[in-house]
Design a protein around this ligand. Structure first.
Ligand code: ADP
Length: 248
């Protein structure tokens, strides 16, 4: 039996915001093809962990290793993105006045590292990849739409599609289904199931129904620390987890 390789490993990560430890000695590791949920009450340090992984926040202590051995703890945000870690924030960073297709083209050109992105030429294979990605995220019928006119859910999918064009090995998603309708949430679930066939995903999520709809491992954080890790059933049975969620 062969174990999946570790694509991300956080060792004893501590984040200090002017004396306040938002994350304290956090350990976290992710294997290839894994879809992991990071849960916990507000202020637990979940978003800060994503910030550490993508290089936005530098830890005061600890280490972040990518792909088993690449130490990315001190690397810059853009270097980490280039290595293959994509981050999606709660507010989509799309170009609202451009069409869906134009947004995809920009993401595609960025992937090729072309500085003058708008002038770069599209190759036939790029077109095919864009088409495949449009279909994957369910926007092939709306390629000519202004991105700003899409529904809330569609904007999120557009951004996920743009991230995928940059071929990250790991996707970091912060509350991807927040504000979505039930139908949109379901579609997003299907999309994540599809993406995990080729990529690893970490999702910070508050929607427990959504988390329960996957048979995925869950990491519970509380006060900057790892509280519990396991299946949703396992973490729900844990008394300490019940305690920190009490009143919710
Ligand atoms: P979560 O995502 O689990 O809700 P966060 O990671 O956003 O938690 O925040 C963890 C703690 O760190 C919170 O108490 C928050 O107020 C604090 N925090 C987050 N970012 C900063 C910052 N830039 N400066 C100071 N405190 C921060």
């Amino acid at each position: 039996q062969k174990e999946s390789p570790v694509v991300l490993q956080c060792d004893e990560v501590t984040v200090d915001f002017d004396g306040f430890k938002a994350v304290q000695g956090m350990n976290f590791s992710l294997t290839r093809g894994e879809l992991r949920f990071l849960i916990g009450p507000n202020g637990a340090g979940k978003t800060t962990m994503l910030d550490v992984i993508c290089g936005k926040v530098k830890p005061a202590d600890g280490k972040v290793l990518f792909s088993g051995s690449v130490d990315i703890t001190r690397k810059k945000e853009h270097q980490i993105a280039e290595l293959g870690i994509g981050r999606k924030f709660q507010t989509p960073s799309i170009f609202p006045s451009l069409t869906v297709m134009e947004n995809f083209e920009i993401a595609m050109k960025q992937n090729r590292g072309v500085f003058a992105a708008m002038r770069a030429k599209m190759r036939a294979e790029d077109r095919e990849r864009i088409q495949a990605q449009l279909e994957l995220v369910g926007l092939s019928g709306k390629a000519g739409w202004r991105a700003g006119d899409l529904s809330h859910g569609e904007k999120q999918w557009l951004e996920i599609g743009m991230m995928l064009l940059q071929e990250p090995e790991i996707l970091l998603l912060d509350e991807p289904v927040a504000g979505m309708t039930d139908g949109e949430t379901e579609k997003t679930g299907e999309l994540l199931q599809h993406i995990r066939k080729t990529q690893s995903i970490v999702v910070v999520e508050h929607d427990m129904e959504f988390v329960r709809s996957f048979a995925s491992k869950v990491t519970v954080m509380h006060e900057g620390k790892l509280l519990k890790e396991g299946s949703m059933e396992e973490v729900q049975r844990d008394d300490r987890v019940a305690e920190v969620y009490l009143g919710k």
